[in-house]
Design a protein. Structure first.
Length: 317
């Protein structure tokens, strides 16, 4: 891609060539970008599909994040949903809308981040669309392969099951608090808000181990476990003594006058996975127990008591 210039100067088709040429695809991509549609292998006979929309100023800010980090985040939040179904990521489709004055290097950076995140998960970026708009918007569709297993839904939890998580909790919320205060450090905490780092293999491993329900933690631990509780018609109790509150979160909370445990319980955008398992199951590597499934109609509780603060993010609230 030529240095400098805007997307209008490069043109739609020049921009498409610039972000797709000389990119490697996995074996599941039978036909990649360049035709009317992609062709992706679906050996299982079923395809897991998920879509997310990321809007500048709502989900990301380019004064906080580099374009590469935004591209990584856009793909990661979708692939985490695929993993939460117990599926292996295979493909990503991208819709990009942006103003004509957008620097072409910004789009190149977004594409670099998307390709890097997708390929790191073993998936291909197989196609999409680009259009002119008043602001920068990314729409990502991710596909996955169940490899012969049934999908792990939100509705399978049963009383007596173990509740477990895999991945960091509270880091993205702490990073958001840091960035909102105008700080850029600790870098590890700020970066947790800029882009998540889901363990994509953890979902299929949980499915193989017999997980009864699973969800991607995008809106907050309590809020997302609430979806499992509602659809499974059970209660869930979280034990704070079993939660990991990293010392770095404690340090940031102390500096900002915030409660790090609240970040862990209600902070979104870490895209860790939460799942329920039968009590006799040995948890897969990387998963840790944080609570138990209780009797129906008891909701989501913390140490046996209702949690009276807001439990997580909800659009339009």
């Amino acid at each position: 891609m030529p240095n400098g210039g805007t997307v209008a100067e490069l043109g739609e088709f020049g921009l498409i060539r610039a972000v797709t040429e000389n990119r490697r695809q996995p074996a599941t991509t039978l036909l990649g970008p360049g035709d009317d549609a992609a062709v992706v292998a679906a050996a299982d006979g079923r395809v897991v599909a998920s879509t997310d929309v990321l809007v500048q100023g709502v989900h990301f800010r380019l004064d906080w994040s580099t374009p590469e980090q935004v591209g990584r985040k856009a793909v990661a939040v979708n692939l985490a949903d695929v993993a939460a179904m117990g599926a292996v990521p295979t493909s990503v489709l991208v819709g990009l809308a942006c103003p004509s004055a957008t620097p072409a290097e910004v789009v190149k950076g977004l594409a670099d981040g998307m390709w890097a995140e997708a390929s790191g998960a073993g998936a291909g970026l197989v196609g999409g669309d680009m259009v002119q708009a008043d602001q920068l918007v990314l729409s990502i569709t991710a596909l996955g392969d169940l490899r012969g297993r049934p999908p792990v839904t939100r509705s399978g939890a049963r009383p007596g099951d173990i509740v477990a998580v895999c991945g960091r909790l509270g880091w993205a919320a702490a990073g958001l608090a840091v960035l909102h205060r105008g700080f850029r450090s600790p870098v590890t905490v700020a970066n947790a808000q800029r882009y998540p780092e889901p363990d994509y293999a953890a979902g299929p491993k949980a499915a193989e181990a017999g997980a009864t329900a699973m969800i991607d933690i995008s809106d907050g631990l309590l809020a997302d476990l609430g979806h499992i509780a509602e659809l499974s018609e059970v209660g869930i109790d979280i034990r704070t003594g079993q939660l990991e509150v990293h010392r770095r979160l404690v340090e940031v909370g102390t500096a900002l006058g915030a409660d790090p445990l609240r970040w862990v319980l209600t902070g979104g955008e870490d895209h860790a996975l939460a799942a329920t398992f039968p009590p006799f199951v040995e948890l897969p590597e990387g998963w840790r127990r944080i609570g138990a499934v209780t009797m129906p109609d008891s909701g989501v509780t913390v140490d046996g008591e209702p949690y009276h603060e807001e439990s997580g993010w909800e659009h339009w609230r």
